[in-house]
Write a protein that binds this ligand. Structure first.
Ligand SMILES: Cc1cc2nc3c(=O)[nH]c(=O)nc-3n(C[C@H](O)[C@H](O)[C@H](O)COP(=O)(O)OP(=O)(O)OC[C@H]3O[C@@H](n4cnc5c(N)ncnc54)[C@H](O)[C@@H]3O)c2cc1C
Length: 370
């Protein structure tokens, strides 16, 4: 039996592991943290994933995730417009969702090594050698689902890792009176902030800011008061909320540069293959979809002697390009409309007056339900 190792137990890694375990394939996930834990993420999941999650019995219905069907966009000056979303989504925290998927995977027999960070990888004579500080494994297939930025990117000398990225991401959970069916995207100079509800009546408040804002004001609180609060809707949102974290979750060096789904025979899914700009609200759906496509090919490689590694790799690269390359490009272009006073006004006008175009733009970064 061929053995599969998955590096990184985020959405992509957990879905790949669940799919492989369901097909009876022995699978090990190595994750540097331990569940449950918070991540910087807007926590709005596009409905395109719902049929698939239900089909493999991992839709998190027991947490009653709010159904989100309306979109509000505000410009830096607070002018806003609301429109219905074609497809919509649901809201669930990564703290709950990832840990729920982890339990599902464990129940299916997936082996986990937590608090273990992969430090070296070698592919030699058709076998991968994977090492953490404490352990060492061998595998026939290696799946890279280690997210947007990892020491493995450095190890593989991936091009994007040398380029400094200008973005910082910040997330809070709050209690406030945000409507259950609404995802709001508020612009501020140099960034945008998403607000939508999750389980237990909580709201996620998550923003992406240019790092110059943080450099100028030195700490997050001062940056929020001096930059985010320029948008009166954001000022009101922050002032009227009860903050549930002692301190925010923060990440930096968020890069939307091109990466790729295959590196040194490692099959990459989710953000490790390419990260879409967060304003599209589609990174999680892409992680789930890419893990599904990838695991289906790995299942063929394990089960069919005539389906060689080369065939698996070529099929995955072709399929990944077909499904995601144009979404990533469109996400990068739309990102340019945001965090800028003039362009954010243009975007709000677009939602107000040219709704079919606004719909087409949103659709351009999403896939069809699967
Ligand atoms: C500010 C912001 C807001 C966002 N908002 C949304 C949103 O509202 N909706 C949406 O759909 N998407 C959103 N996204 C994108 C979404 O969060 C990602 O696309 C998604 O998390 C990708 O999942 P993943 O499994 O690829 O990676 P991750 O979920 O990041 O998982 C990667 C895992 O790999 C582990 N890891 C890394 N290196 C190693 C190593 N060497 N050894 C072992 N483990 C390792 C990490 O600990 C992590 O658990 C947002 C992103 C940002 C930055």
């Amino acid at each position: 039996m061929k053995r599969v190792i998955v590096i990184g137990g985020g959405l992509a890694g957990l879905i790949a592991a669940i799919q492989l375990a369901r097909a009876g394939i022995s699978c090990t996930v190595i994750e540097k943290k331990a569940y449950p834990f918070h991540r910087v993420c807007g926590e709005y999941v596009s409905n395109e994933v719902v049929p698939f999650l239900k089909s493999i019995n991992v839709f998190p219905s027991q947490f009653n995730p709010p159904e989100i069907s309306n979109f509000m966009l505000s410009a830096v000056n607070g002018r806003f417009e609301t429109m219905p979303l074609d497809l919509g989504g649901f809201g669930i925290s990564r703290y709950t969702f990832d840990s729920f998927l982890f339990e599902k995977a464990r129940a299916l027999g997936v082996e986990f090594f937590l608090h273990e960070e992969v430090e070296t990888i070698r592919f030699h004579r058709e076998v991968f050698e994977v090492k953490t500080r404490a352990n060492e494994w061998k595998a026939d297939v290696l799946i890279g689902t280690f997210g947007k930025r990892s020491r493995i990117d450095q190890l593989l000398k991936r091009q994007f890792i040398d380029q400094r990225s200008p973005y910082v991401g910040v997330k809070y959970h709050v209690r406030t009176n945000h409507p259950n069916d609404l995802i709001a995207l508020h612009n501020f100079p140099g960034g945008y902030c998403g607000m939508s509800n999750i389980e237990e009546g909580k709201t996620t408040l998550c923003y992406l800011s240019h790092r110059d804002n943080l450099k100028q004001y030195r700490n997050i609180r001062d940056m929020e008061e001096n930059v985010l609060f320029k948008n009166p809707l954001l000022r009101a949102a922050f002032r009227n909320a009860e903050f549930l974290f002692k301190r925010p979750e923060v990440i930096n060096e968020i890069s939307f540069e091109t990466k790729g789904p295959l590196e040194d025979h490692i099959l990459m899914a989710g953000d490790a293959a390419g990260m879409i700009a967060p304003l599209s609200g589609n990174g999680m759906a892409m992680a789930i979809r890419s893990a599904k496509i990838l695991s289906e090919l790995v299942i063929r490689f394990v089960n069919e002697a005539s389906f060689t590694r080369g065939m698996m790799e070529r099929s995955y690269v072709a399929s990944w390009n077909q499904n995601f390359r144009s979404h990533l490009w469109k996400g990068r272009q739309i990102q340019k409309l945001f965090g800028h006073s003039f362009m954010s006004k243009v975007a709000v006008n677009l939602v107000m007056h040219v709704r079919p175009l606004a719909n087409a733009i949103i659709r351009g970064t999403h896939g069809d339900p699967f």
